[in-house]
Design a protein around this ligand. Structure first.
Ligand SMILES: [Zn+2]
Length: 129
């Protein structure tokens, strides 16, 4: 499948700038709450589980399972959007790249990879593990 597709740069802001900075270094971060012990995604300053502000960053191992996906075929360069549930327990919306989209299945293992976008931001995507 085509990997030539250029992915649009997401908007960034101060609340999750560290996430994008880490992605540029090849690291996937998730937010962890010291008050309730749960991880969350997308990154927020206030924990969505208990509303504590004792949130900090943890590095994900970058391994997960496809929860759901959709392949966009009616475009010049088909692409796959997916929800991936990381082993750290949070679900991330991203793209799956570098694979035959006809072989994608829910529940399959994937690992993170990093792609440049059309802006200055590097985006975490997933490939079959
Ligand atoms: Zn919490």
């Amino acid at each position: 499948m085509s990997t030539a597709r250029v992915y649009p740069a997401p908007e960034t802001n101060v609340e999750h700038q560290a996430y994008w900075d880490a992605a540029a270094q090849g690291q996937l971060l998730v937010k962890h709450c010291a008050a309730c012990g749960l991880n969350h995604f997308y990154p927020r300053a206030i924990c969505p589980h208990c509303f504590s502000d004792e949130t900090g960053w943890r590095e994900s191992r970058g391994l997960g399972t496809v929860y759901s996906f959709s392949v966009m075929r009616r475009v010049a360069q088909p692409y796959a959007i997916a929800y991936v549930t990381l082993d750290e327990g949070v679900t991330v919306m991203s793209n799956i790249v570098d694979c035959d989209f006809d072989t994608l299945v829910i529940g399959q293992r994937v690992k993170v990879a990093f792609l440049p976008s059309d802006g200055s931001v590097v985006i975490p995507v997933f490939v079959p593990a």
